[in-house]
Design a protein around this ligand. Sequence first.
Ligand code: BGC
Length: 251
Amino acid sequence: MAAKMLGIDIGGTGIKGAIVDTKKGILISERTKYPTPKNATPKNVIATAMKIVKDLEWEGKPIGAGCPAVVRQGITKSATNIHKSWIDFPVEETFSAMAGAPVSLINDADAAGLAELSFGEAKGVDGVCLLITLGTGIGSATFIDGVLVPNTELGMLKMRDGIAEDYATNRVREQLDLNWKEWGTNLNEYLNHLEVLFSPNKIVISGGVCKKFQKYSKYLETDAEVVPAKLLNNAGIIGAAMGMQNKLSNK
Ligand code: BGC
C-alpha cells in the first residue's frame, strides 16, 4: 500500500512540492514550483506554499515541509538566507492554521538527509555520515549510526576570513565565476575541515551541483568516501514528506 504524503521544500529562491510515496521514496505527482516571494516573511512563504497544496488537491490533509532554518519544536530559530522575521517564528503552527491540517516542519538539509538515509547514499553507513547540501547556502545533515542529529548547521563553520558558506556554496561559484578547480579546491578545504572535526566514514554531496560531481571530484582529497546524492533535486521534497510520516507514526 502506498504511503502518500505531500512534501514541500522551501528554499531561498524557490518553493517546490509534490506528493511522495514515502515507502518507495519517489514522487507520485507532478513537481510544482513557485518562486520564493521577494518579501519572504513566513506568512508570505506559507501563502505561496498553499498554492502548491491547492494545485495538488491536498487541502485538509497532513503536510511535511522543510525550510532553510534551524527548527526546534516547530519554531524557526535562524534566518541566514531568508527574511530575518523567520527568527523565533512559530512557522509550523502558523502553516497548520493556514492549511487547516497538521504540518511537520524540519530543516531542509535534514529533510534531504532523511531521504538519502532511507533511499540513497546515507543508507547503511556505520559511524558518522554527513550530508552536505551546496546551493544558495550550505546545509548539513549529520547521522551517527543512522540516527539524525538535527540542525547541525555545518555551513556556519569558520573558514578563512569568514564562514564556509562564503567559499563553498554553488552561489559563490556562480557569483565569483570560479572555475571547477578553484571552487573544488575551496570545497576540498571545507571537507578536510569537517574531517578533522567529525571523522565521517562517508560524505554525501547534495544540491543541484551534485549533478556536476565529475567536474570537481578530482580536486577532493579526503579520507572519507565522498559521493554525490542519489536522489538529486528531489531529496528535499521526499524527506520533508517523510518528516510528517515519521511524526504520524511516532504518535
Ligand atoms: C541555512 C541552513 C540551510 C542551508 C541550506 C543555510 O544558510 O542556515 O539552515 O539548511 O542554508 O538551505
